[in-house]
Design a protein. Structure first.
Length: 438
């Protein structure tokens, strides 16, 4: 096991640039290109034009967009938010994002990845009451799905690998590799590379790079120490978010405390919700730089595996950063509401549900919830009902960005988490995170 199997990360773990200079440079560059005279009169990209028409065909969505820009503009903490003041300007910025792969932004102060650029564009806009209504609206999510599907098709094409270079804004520059390898291990030793001698490591597309697989032995499954209780293994390479015990079938997930609600997590499946009543939920989230496959935390049999449609950019609006431990933001900063809304996303976002009956009775039924966040809402299942799984075996994967996950245990599981499971810790996949006693 590598020395960096557990390492500290910031509260926003790569979703927001740590450097304000990088954050501002990303928007400055995007705005300069979106508002360039050379773009005047140019049609929108086909995907953005389709999105525009879907919005304009619905008076509710048109009005909610107007309200979003009024609300974000009135926030005293954002005197001039993004310099994007209306829906039409937003579309011109989106034009540039959905025809390009993510890349690094380089300034004199720092170099950081912008792994989820569309999320960054919509970040402040989402933290408004009007966006809470719009981004949960079914027709909006239908239109957004079409847009993201088009972008995803591009990211699967060979045209999308042009940021896989060793140029300053590429993913294999010296600064980029330092970020990709921190807490994860040397790139070529950690991940399968089609051509380890090539600058782009042989990845044919951005998506092939993003969904890269681990080298055999890079994340081994270690047995529990002799005489210890039954181990639970980490299902995703991720940073701790929260643990909640005595979870209820129905709870007020929309309030500030964001309690988990099993009935809603399971897409109104009363049968499974009752089986987990009084149980425990562990949640952690992935950064855009992480390994994005999900592994089984236990040995057992898959009893159900399905995808649940949901929202893409909806968040619970809040008063900004509460000054949590390890935060990169100042108190009251409205950026990053998506990260602060993670428990709520288990009931609202597009997600995959994998129910596993563990071989050990003391564990019982376990559910792995893979939560798609923003442009990473494409969940792909690798298992189906009646499949046998071992700890560390792949269950599925995310495409295109960063994401979250939860592992849910029933009330019979007497579960104790390890000392490594705490705020600020990023934990490698397949590492023991808990023990279940008989």
């Amino acid at each position: 096991m590598s020395e960096s199997a557990v390492y500290p990360v910031g509260r926003y773990n790569g979703w927001l640039p740590r450097s304000r200079a990088v954050h501002e440079a990303f928007f400055r560059d995007l705005a300069a290109r979106a508002e360039s005279p050379t773009r005047e009169g140019k049609p929108h990209t086909p995907a953005v034009e389709k999105f525009k028409k879907a919005i304009e065909a619905d008076e509710i969505m048109v009005e909610l967009w107007r309200q979003i820009f009024r609300q974000v503009s009135k926030d005293p903490k954002i005197p001039d938010p993004l310099k994007i003041h209306d829906f039409n300007s937003l579309l011109h910025h989106m034009d540039l994002i959905v025809v390009a792969p993510p890349k690094f932004t380089v300034t004199k102060e720092a170099s950081e990845p912008i792994g989820v650029p569309l999320y960054l564009l919509l970040d402040l806009l989402s933290n408004t009451s009007a966006a809470y209504d719009l981004f949960r609206y079914p027709r909006f999510n239908d239109a957004m799905k079409d847009l993201l599907d088009s972008w995803g098709q591009y990211l699967r094409s060979s045209d999308s690998n042009w940021t896989l270079t060793n140029e300053p804004d590429g993913w294999f520059s010296e600064a980029s590799l330092e970020i990709l390898e921190k807490g994860r291990g040397p790139f070529n030793q950690t991940y399968i590379t089609p051509d380890p001698t090539a600058i782009n490591r042989g990845y044919a597309s951005w998506d092939k790079f993003f969904t890269r697989e681990l080298q055999p032995g890079a994340r081994p499954i270690y047995p529990a120490p002799p005489g210890s209780p039954t181990p639970i293994y980490n299902a995703c390479e991720s940073a701790y978010e929260r643990i909640q015990r005595n979870v209820q079938t129905h709870d007020k997930f929309w309030l500030k405390g964001m309690k988990y609600s099993l009935y809603d997590i399971f897409d109104h499946d009363e049968h499974h919700a009752k089986q987990f009543l009084g149980g425990t939920i562990y949640q952690a989230f992935l950064s855009p730089q992480d390994y994005h496959h999900w592994h089984s935390p236990v040995k057992g049999t898959v009893v159900d595996a399905r995808l649940v449609p949901g929202t893409y950019y909806a968040v619970l609006p809040d008063d900004g950063e509460p000054l949590a431990e390890g935060s990169e933001l100042q108190q009251g900063d409205p950026h990053g509401a998506m990260i602060r809304s993670q428990p709520w996303l288990t009931v609202s976002a597009a997600r995959a549900l994998i129910f596993i009956k563990a071989d050990q009775d003391e564990i019982g039924l376990v559910c792995v919830v893979a939560v798609g966040m923003v442009e990473v809402s494409t969940c792909e299942l690798s298992v189906r009902r009646d499949d046998r799984v071992e700890p560390g075996q792949q269950l599925g994967l995310f495409h295109f960005g960063g994401s979250s996950h939860a592992v849910i245990f029933g009330p019979q599981a007497n579960i104790t988490f390890t000392d490594e499971v705490k705020p600020g810790n990023h934990i490698q996949i397949n590492r023991i995170i808990a023990f279940v006693s008989k």
